[in-house]
Ligand binder design. Structure first.
Ligand code: ADP
Ligand code: MG
Length: 431
């Protein structure tokens, strides 16, 4: 399927035009310009389950990132990349060499966004034949809010990866770039290795393979995905509303790696109790976790302490909720879907401890509102966004209510918007 700029939504057209304008203002070259776009995402349920290879259930959203520019594969050991972004504080070009022994760039904060791009370039250099490199000049423009849990980072990585794949296909038409999951894995490696973020595969994968009107159930172990259509229950069909708390607690960035480690610790303990049928937390049942928590070594302390127990309990119950949510979505059982969202939030709040006051307030305010089926924190946590399932006819009132209550309590804005499942990364023909 070929996407033409003229067929895209106005918001995408505007992103591409802004990126193109910055490109023209910055770089000389004006022929052979190509363009790729990738969306951010909102996870409906299945939070903090991807890095233990469980299930996640996100949708692609209308907010996206566009990458516009020129790229060539050169038969040299070293190339040069010049990048600029509309969204960085000081839009100036950042240059780096592309070569086989690329490293994360010296990382003063202001320019750190370039590591997301450099990481992706590195993954593609590794794929290309020896003694080839990448020359590129690109401009980036996105409207995914940065650092709000809607995955602007994956949108950036996947837009750049999609852009590079276009250039590689042009130079080597028979080059095997693999499937969408391979692209997602490359982008995940970029973020893991260049951005110091031990993230799972969810964000990059859904940005690659999202499709209109479908939620994407991803099995993070097999890396199979299933596009799951929301049941059509006529006019009664509810919609998803995203609400951005506009807070990002500084503790958040540091806690994510701590959760990753706690899950690894839980896995080790479960292996010692249940044997090697437990490869990751994905393989454990709630009974396994309860058993490890009760088990004591020679009447000493429990093998699994209370904290690790709570972390493991969130993950194993969340995996089950995610599979149940898929059934509820396909059968149009909105009540059950909403109840699962509410349970997921409670589990993230009290067991995984990744919520915060502002988010709890938005979730509880939504949950009490007439026409709402369920609401929860979405994304990594400690701020960011909530996602709420609500009757279509109640969307406007809900958004107004949330904004009013939030302003009264926190003297802050919380932008709200309806988001139906949108399409994943694609090349866009500019003319
Ligand atoms: P999230 O993915 O939830 O938005 P992250 O902290 O993972 O939050 O990623 C945000 C970072 O990604 C930004 O601080 C910036 O470095 C980078 N980024 C994302 N989109 C862009 C963009 N359009 N231009 C420049 N940097 C971007
Ligand atoms: Mg991110």
């Amino acid at each position: 399927e070929t996407y033409h700029l003229s067929d895209e939504a106005p918001s995408i057209q505007s992103l591409v035009e802004q990126a193109k304008k910055l490109y023209d203002d910055t770089f000389e070259n004006s022929s052979d310009i190509s363009c790729a776009v990738a969306p951010g995402r909102v996870n409906l349920i299945g939070e903090h389950t991807d890095y233990t290879l469980g299930y996640v259930f996100p949708i692609g959203i209308a907010f996206s990132t566009a990458c516009v520019g020129t790229c060539s594969i050169v038969k040299e050991n070293e190339g040069e990349c010049k990048i600029i972004s509309v969204n960085s504080d000081a839009p100036k070009t950042i240059s780096f060499k592309s070569c086989r022994d690329m490293k994360p760039l010296p990382n003063d904060d202001k320019d750190s966004w370039s590591n997301y791009v450099a990481g992706v370039v590195y993954e593609y250099i590794k794929l290309l034949p020896e003694k080839t490199a990448i020359n590129m000049e690109i401009s980036i423009c996105g409207d995914v809010p940065l650092g709000s849990g809607l995955s602007s980072s994956a949108a950036l990585e996947v837009a750049v990866a999609t852009f590079l794949e276009v250039a590689i296909k042009k130079e080597f038409p028979n080059f095997d770039l693999g499937e969408k999951k391979d692209k997602a894995l490359r982008c995940q490696s970029a973020e893991n290795n260049f951005c110091n973020s031990p993230c799972g595969i969810m964000d990059q994968y859904v940005s690659c393979c999202a499709s209109k009107d479908n939620a994407i159930l991803i099995d993070c172990r097999s890396l199979d995905f299933e596009s799951v259509r929301m049941a059509d229950t006529g006019d009664e069909k509810p919609v998803f509303v995203i609400c951005n708390s506009n807070v990002k607690h500084s503790i958040g960035g540091g806690e994510y790696p701590v959760r990753v480690k706690q899950c690894a610790e839980a896995t080790k303990i479960l292996q010692s109790v249940c044997g090697d049928r437990i490869k990751t937390l994905r393989d454990a049942t709630l009974e396994d976790v309860e058993q490890a928590h009760k088990k004591r070594k020679d009447e000493g302390p429990a093998l699994m302490d209370d904290l690790i127990y709570k972390r493991a309990k969130h993950v194993v119950t969340e995996n089950k909720r995610t599979l149940d949510a898929k059934k509820a979505l396909t059968s149009g059982d909105w009540k059950s879907f909403g109840a699962l969202m509410n349970e997921s939030h409670e589990s993230m709040r009290s067991d995984y401890e990744v919520s915060c006051d502002e988010i709890d307030f938005l979730v509880e305010t939504a949950q009490k509102f007439e026409g709402v089926y369920g609401s929860r924190l979405t994304g990594g946590g400690f701020g960011g966004c909530t996602v709420t399932l609500v009757d279509k006819s109640r969307v406007k009132d809900l958004c107004e209510h949330l904004k009013k209550e939030y302003a009264a309590k926190y003297d802050n804005l919380c932008p709200c918007f309806e988001s139906s499942p949108g399409v994943g990364a694609r090349e866009i023909q500019l003319s």
